[in-house]
Design a protein around this ligand. Structure first.
Ligand code: HEM
Length: 469
């Protein structure tokens, strides 16, 4: 009896840390185990965040995903640590609806198509520099492409010294904000409090002169805050520059945001512009580069599918590569959708109950957090035949419903940048596979690893490439 109690207490205290370690090492396998052990509404305790119920029952997932503002609020699961509370991704109800309305036009199909030539130019330039004859992690060049695309298409920053500084700062900020010092801070502060601390400490660098050299502090936490402050200082310059040039003469997302007005005629405040801009970089950078790597991982292991992708690109782009025509690359689109089904970079999307609810025979209190498991639903044996097989054809025959295939989340909070990411992925993959032969590293067994809020291929997906003559 005594030993039982001791074991229970030990388990109670260390399970959340053990879960965190296991989920970081192999997130997909962890979720498979969780469903096997605890069923389709499984309690998950993770160190540093509240307990969540992981749901993988298709009908319940559909109900919650299509739910409304008065039933649910979004639970951002730690995103509060690195974006401002004003950012769209942290807002709910009317506040969210209004901002979404304002930002949607910048990300609709027409706006996204206009970014195609810039995406193509950047993709080709980065692909020109791929190391040849050596094995290298593909994630590096994919991150390089996505960050450059964001800074050019969203912020309208012209390439040059300020572009390079902003690029390096954002990358360093994102690397460090998930590092040990922020994790340590997270043990004593909530993510919102930790972010408020960073913002307070960032004031010094926020006032730094954009043209003067910038040296961040070496002190823990302060060095992250300094980078955040400097990012905001450089964003301020970009906002001023856009206003001086006239937002009506530019077509980047920042210009569209400066032109947009709320229903009462108000423009976005400076504070809000900063919050949305930083959120867009964070939302679009790691997500797109990891999804690109997973698509490459699938295609290089399925030569017949890859051959079909190449043949389709050759046929559609007969008169020369036209980025607007990537929308006609249906098989490539299906291959991307299928790779995102097998390997979603976000293992789940979470919602918080606004009122008590009965789900799968359990009475749940208001405030309960339910994580809809994208990964488990997208591999659910009752929804997909051969759920673990890569079969792009299944996406061609019939578009799956939004409640069974939702790598971009769903409902009122569905990813704002989904069309942007899909367009960019088609351009990058079409260029990569028609310009290069790509081989996986035979000595590396690829599995998923969770870093921060995303799941990517281990080792950054080591590959070798050779130009196609
Ligand atoms: C393949 C790439 C991407 C994936 C897999 C992805 C995935 C997601 C997911 C799962 C969500 C949460 C949705 C929910 O809770 O239902 C989300 C939200 C969001 N994403 Fe993405 N994303 C990608 C690319 C992008 C890009 C390129 C941008 C912007 C440039 C972006 C901006 C956002 C924003 C702003 C939100 C919050 C939307 C809202 O609250 O209304 N994402 N994304």
């Amino acid at each position: 009896m005594f030993f039982h109690t001791l074991r229970d207490r030990w388990h109670e205290a260390f399970e959340p840390i053990g879960n965190l370690v296991r989920i970081a090492r192999e997130p997909y396998r962890f979720l498979d185990d969780l469903r096997r052990r605890r069923g389709e509404l499984a309690e998950l305790r993770l160190a540093g965040i509240p307990t969540v119920l992981v749901c993988s029952e298709p009908e319940t997932v559909r109900q919650i995903l299509t739910g409304s503002y008065d039933q649910f609020e979004r639970y951002a699961g730690g995103v509060e640590l690195f974006v401002d509370p004003l950012a769209l991704i942290l807002t709910d109800d009317e506040h969210h609806r209004q901002r979404r309305k304002l930002l949607n036009p910048a990300f609709n199909a027409e706006s996204v198509r206009a970014f195609g030539p810039t995406m193509l130019e950047i993709a080709d330039r980065v692909l020109d520099g791929l190391p040849q004859g050596a094995t290298f992690p593909l994630i590096g060049p994919m991150q390089d492409i996505t960050m450059r695309v964001i800074l050019r298409c969203l912020f309208g920053v012209a390439e040059g010294p300020r572009f390079e500084e902003l690029r390096a700062l954002v990358i360093e900020y994102l690397q460090r904000v998930f590092g040990p010092e922020m994790l340590a801070l997270g043990t004593v502060l909530t993510p919102t409090q930790a972010h408020a601390t960073l913002m307070r400490l960032s004031r010094r660098a926020r006032g730094s002169a954009p043209n003067a050299p910038f040296t961040p502090s070496r002190l823990p936490v302060q060095r992250i805050a300094d980078r955040l402050g400097r990012i905001h200082a450089l964003l301020e310059v970009e906002i001023d520059r856009c206003l001086a040039e006239g937002p009506e003469h530019r077509s980047d997302v920042l210009a569209l945001m400066l032109r947009a007005r709320f229903a009462d005629g108000r423009p976005m405040s400076r504070e809000e512009l900063h919050a949305q801009l930083l959120m867009l970089v964070i939302g679009g950078y790691e997500t797109t580069s990891l999804s690109l790597c997973w698509a490459v991982h699938c295609l290089v292991r399925h030569p017949e599918a890859l051959a079909r992708v190449r043949a389709e690109v050759a046929e559609v782009m007969q008169g020369g590569f036209d980025p607007a025509k990537v929308r006609d690359l249906h098989y490539l689109g299906a291959a991307i959708a299928e790779s995102m089904r097998l390997y979603p970079i976000g293992i789940g999307v979470s919602r918080k109950l606004k009122r008590p609810m009965r789900l799968l025979g359990r009475d749940l209190a208001a405030g309960t957090i339910v994580m809809l498991s994208v990964y488990l639903i997208q591999r659910h044996p009752s929804l997909w035949s051969e759920p673990d097989a890569f079969k792009p054809e299944r996406m061609l025959d019939r578009k799956p419903s939004a409640a069974v295939h939702f790598p971009f989340g769903g409902g009122v909070w569905r990813c704002l940048g989904a069309a942007f990411a899909e367009h960019e992925m088609r351009i990058v993959l079409a260029r990569l596979f028609t310009r290069f032969a790509v081989e996986p590293d035979p000595d590396h067994r690829v599995h998923a690893q969770q870093k921060g809020i995303t799941a990517g291929p281990s080792g950054g997906l080591p590959v070798r490439v050779a130009p196609i003559a």
